[in-house]
Design a protein around this ligand. Structure first.
Ligand code: ADP
Ligand code: MG
Length: 274
């Protein structure tokens, strides 16, 4: 077995991930749906301004882990988290203001989910919740749609229903809606898996642009996508006896794919199972 090398992503509060500051950190996170433990003792840090991919077979708890970061699970009766999740210096699991948490930690889902309202109103939604002025809202709507590469496609029909857009445009609209409120972290749960290859390429370009400004955590089933996009990759797996999801290995993406330390990671990324 290979010795742990200095190149490995280290998770220490002093050095962060390979020296990068950590924006979001999970420490010994366990998660329960009623009596079923879906995650056990997951610890990892997400480097600020970087893209981290969560990979692993279906059911290993990737979405569940993502939902702990902005407490989406609170919509599920009986769901609860144990352990600590820190956003900067703040503890997420006990944060009082959920609306503010979800502004700071935005989310993009697998199926584009624009609201049944106009293109403009979709992007303005969070800004209005925050009480932003009309001028600020207008400016942010345009800025966000430009960032998402949508402005030229929709600027002449901002007040038409978002449902009139194609699937790929809808997903870019959802990303624009997410960044309009200037989050710190963007969570993405298989954001391209419902899209055709060309829309996927455009959304991937957009995700790449998010890096730097935002800390991105992306769940993907697509190994090539993880390789193309992610600075770091976390490989998760279902523990075979108690069936909980666990983190097997977390490292810079190139190491996960070319030089994984754990045999299970090597088998998964080479397509032996999954
Ligand atoms: P992944 O995203 O990696 O496919 P999930 O996080 O969706 O995995 O699911 C992890 C485990 O938790 C699975 O065993 C799944 O069946 C279970 N699970 C997910 N959502 C619920 C729920 N709302 N109630 C009960 N069990 C759930
Ligand atoms: Mg999932």
């Amino acid at each position: 077995m290979a010795q742990p090398s200095a190149r490995r992503a280290t998770i220490s509060s002093k050095s962060g991930v390979d020296g990068h500051p950590v924006k979001l950190r999970a420490s010994n996170v366990s998660f329960y749906y009623g009596s079923f433990r879906a995650l056990k003792d997951v610890s990892l840090g997400f480097a600020e301004g970087k893209i981290t991919a969560l990979i692993g077979p279906s059911g290993c708890g990737k979405s569940t882990l993502l939902y702990t970061f902005n407490r989406m699970y609170e919509l599920t009766p009986g769901a609860r988290v144990r352990g600590s999740i820190r956003l900067g210096h703040q503890e997420v699991t006990t944060m009082g203001n959920l609306q503010e948490l979800r502004r700071r930690v935005g989310m993009v889902f697998q199926r584009p989910n624009p609201f049944h309202m106009s293109i403009y109103d979709n992007v303005a939604y969070g800004l209005r919740l925050m009480g932003a002025s009309k001028a600020l809202t207008d400016a942010r709507v345009e800025e966000s749609l430009r960032f998402a590469g949508l402005w030229d496609e929709v600027s002449d029909r901002l007040h038409r229903s978002a449902m009139s857009l194609s699937g790929g445009q809808q997903q870019r609209l959802c990303i624009a809606r997410c960044i309009a409120v200037q989050p710190e972290v963007v969570l993405m749960d298989e954001p391209c898996s419902a899209l055709d290859p060309i829309s996927t390429m455009r959304v991937e370009e957009l995700i790449r642009q998010l890096a730097g400004t935002y800390t991105v955590v992306i769940v993907t089933h697509n190994m090539q996508q993880a390789k193309r996009l992610a600075d770091y990759t976390a490989f998760m797996l279902i523990e075979p006896f108690d069936r909980y999801g666990q983190l097997v290995e977390f490292a810079p993406t190139t190491e996960i794919f070319e030089d994984a330390r754990d045999e299970r990671t090597r088998d998964y990324v080479s397509g032996k199972f999954g």
